[in-house]
Write a protein that binds this ligand. Structure first.
Ligand SMILES: C[S@@+](CC[C@H](N)C(=O)[O-])C[C@H]1O[C@@H](n2cnc3c(N)ncnc32)[C@H](O)[C@@H]1O
Length: 433
């Protein structure tokens, strides 16, 4: 810890850092740098003999042409851990993400971009293509951590320490307007601020420290307030609605506190469009929406498969299932089952479907679920992935089960961070042969 090395920085790696080697051959994962730079890297984590050390670039000796001054005053070595690429031009950020996706596909699935039907580009969300130095304000959900003095901030990288922040540049305007960063939150561990897209619903979710009393929540806009129970982790209503209303694909979705909804205001529409363009649902199709959350893709599929078709959603979160059933109540032939996909799907007895959407959490779907899906004779499968490593692992299982990737599209729905969203469309390998 604290040791410094002068290094030439190599390629980007998954996780918001680049790879370098010390003169003794020790691998360093270096943050706050870019490929091709020469930097002084200070070790932040790792022990002697470890496979790799983590480090921050604390001095830039030769700068990349893709480097800019970080627009956020809270970014930099040892500071806020929320963004990884504040110091890179927007186009360079997307190129780096593309290189990470390509590397993961190659290493974990043995696929080149061409074999995955991908042109190698990473698409910005509509409206996000801004000149260098301007930052899209896209985070409609921000969980602030609160320090011992009650100041709201964000956690430092791989740390519980809080970097107090008076304006997070990537927070959506609706979040910033609440003024969470401008007041103190004594006794709170976290304060989550939510600004819905397509409605004026605003919500604050407070997590008190053990024994602390809830503060009076007076913000710059009307909000509903929820509280996270320190014992059972349950989310309870303090005042106002216990949900926000989001809009996507022409429909309104109720999302209860603690439930999942895409964070970028354009994400839900972007992903629904990519999935529907890839699947091309037909009237009368039978479709699955796995890991369905509050029913985003199930709703879009239900509209398209019509009265003769049917959609089954599966989701583990109890509250999300209640919301999905509420959101999809207008469709007679849509059912939502609660439970883990790996347990519920085999129990349904379904042996054949036309289409599948799966949008699993970061860990991916895993071998067992993928194997099961490859037995259902689906005409097409859409895999929505927030982690390219998990996607690549699962694509390899799909290949073993006789499916090939027809197209892959990659979207930058998390600007300034290392995160990236992929939509892969699969079909039986025999079809593409
Ligand atoms: C990435 S979110 C996708 C939600 C939805 N497709 C959307 O876009 O709004 C993943 C969802 O999977 C649920 N989940 C996590 N593990 C699960 C499992 N093993 N089985 C079923 N659902 C799961 C989470 O509760 C979450 O709602």
């Amino acid at each position: 810890m604290g040791e410094e090395y002068e290094v030439e920085v190599g390629p980007v790696a998954h996780g918001g850092h680049c790879v370098a080697r010390t003169s003794e051959g020790q691998v360093l994962f270096v943050r706050h740098t870019l490929p091709g730079e020469r930097v002084v890297a200070r070790v932040t984590e790792g022990e002697e003999g470890a496979r790799f050390l983590r480090a921050d670039a604390v001095e830039i000796l030769d700068a990349s042409k893709d480097r800019i001054e970080a627009p956020c005053p809270f970014a930099g070595p040892g500071r806020c851990g929320g963004c990884d690429w504040q110091h890179a031009k927007p186009g360079a950020q997307r190129r780096l993400k593309g290189e990470v996706v390509a590397e993961q596909l190659q290493r974990l699935a043995g696929l080149t971009p061409e074999e995955a039907g991908w042109d190698g580009t990473v698409m910005p969300a509509e409206g996000d293509k801004l000149p260098a130095g301007q930052v899209p304000s896209w985070r409609t959900r921000v969980q602030y951590a609160v320090d011992a003095d009650g100041r709201a901030g964000l956690r430092r990288h791989r740390s519980h320490e809080v970097e107090p922040v008076d304006h997070c540049l990537i927070a959506a305007d609706g979040v910033s307007e609440l003024g969470v960063e401008q007041r103190d939150w004594p006794g709170m561990a976290t304060v989550e601020a939510i600004a819905a897209t397509g409605s004026q619903d605003r919500q604050v979710i407070l997590t008190p420290r053990p024994g602390a009393r809830l503060p009076l929540v007076e913000l710059d806009r009307p909000v509903s307030v929820m509280r996270v129970d320190e014992k059972d982790g349950g989310v309870h209503r303090v005042h106002g609605r216990s949900f926000v209303r989001e809009r996507a694909d022409g429909r309104t979705y109720r999302v209860g506190s603690g439930g999942f909804w895409q964070v970028h205001p354009k994400s839900a529409d972007t992903l629904v469009t990519a999935v529907m363009q890839g699947l091309l649902p037909r009237k009368g199709d039978m479709a699955l929406d796995l890991y369905c959350g509050v029913g985003l893709f199930a709703g879009a599929l239900a509209d398209r498969v019509g009265d003769q078709g049917a959609v089954l959603g599966i989701e583990s979160g109890k509250r999300a299932v209640e919301d999905a059933r509420h959101n999809l109540a207008g469709f007679d032939r849509v059912r939502v089952e609660q439970g883990k996909v790996e347990a519920v799907l085999p129990r349904t007895g379904i042996s054949e479907v036309d289409l599948v959407v799966l949008d699993p959490p970061r860990a991916g779907a895993g071998r067992k679920t993928v194997q099961h899906l490859t037995t259902l004779s689906a005409r097409r499968i859409a895999y929505v992935a927030c982690d390219p490593a998990a996607l690549a692992r699962d694509l390899a299982y799909f290949r073993d089960g006789g499916y090939r990737v027809r197209t892959l599209r990659v979207f930058d729905l998390f600007p300034m961070t290392h995160h990236v969203e992929c939509v892969a469309i699969l079909e039986p390998a025999t079809k593409g042969a």
